[in-house]
Ligand binder design. Sequence first.
Ligand code: 5GP
Length: 187
Amino acid sequence: MTDRDVSLSHAIREVLFDQATIATRVAEIASAIAYDYRKRRPLVVGILNGCFPLIADLVRSIDIPLEVDFMAVSSYGSGTSSSGVVRILKDLNQAIDGRDVLLVEDIVDTGLTLRYLLDNLNTRRPASIEVCTLLDKQEARTERLEVRYVGFRCPNEFVVGYGLDYAGLYRNLPYIGVLRPEVYQKS
Ligand code: 5GP
């Protein structure tokens, strides 16, 4: 096996958002969040697993006091289409009544996951809930949702990298891209 065969980027057909473009946009969103929450102490909630690079980069650029917590929800399993069934695999470590909650998602596609999360968290009486997503696939949306902070509009294609996986792989790519079709056919 050659180095080229095992390199992750070999599986990518097209880079949609490169590392520098992502870094610039994340810093812009962080500034907007810091300004909007300057008189509050938000609880930034990352939705695992895909949020981990985004939330790490984002919170380090938000220059106000904040807290961080995580939830994990089931998403597509190993396929590439939404099942619509959402399960909480890991809940928050703390109560959120009276808190200003900012959910951090990797991507909003149909919106089913976010709809479920917002309905669930709203029953816990937070002072506010807003959503930040790196990618917004508006064309695929079936739910009516308000997403306050959006990194990029994303074409209706299955993307990987910067936290997003295919069958558990490619989360560690530093950019976001589209897989070559052969990669799906092999698995
Ligand atoms: P939704 O419930 O909005 O349809 O999908 C939300 C979840 O599906 C995301 O958090 C993500 O885990 C997964 N997802 C949706 N679109 C994509 C995509 O293009 N690539 C990857 N890797 N995951 C996706």
